[in-house]
Design a protein around this ligand. Structure first.
Ligand code: FES
Length: 75
């Protein structure tokens, strides 16, 4: 099982040994260590992974889980 944690004003932390990240062609990114973090701020120079730039730019995000809300599945 994988867990993705939306970090406060930071990246998506991805935990789980059974998770892979692929590009639009289905090519797999090499993941050097786990858990790993995916960029949410858009400023990483190592996308799709977080490189810590969110702290330098003062990234702030407002989203948080809302009880009872549902998201649509990705297509
Ligand atoms: S969330 Fe960390 S660099 Fe974008």
């Amino acid at each position: 099982m994988a867990t993705i944690t939306v970090r406060l004003n930071g990246p998506y932390k991805v935990e789980g040994d059974d998770v892979k990240v692929v590009d639009w062609n289905g090519n797999e990114y090499q993941i050097a260590k786990r858990p790993f973090a995916l960029c949410r701020c858009g400023a990483s120079t190592n996308k799709p992974f977080c490189d810590g730039t969110h702290s330098k730019i003062g990234f702030q995000a407002a989203e948080a889980a809302v009880a009872g809300s549902e998201d649509k599945p990705a297509t």
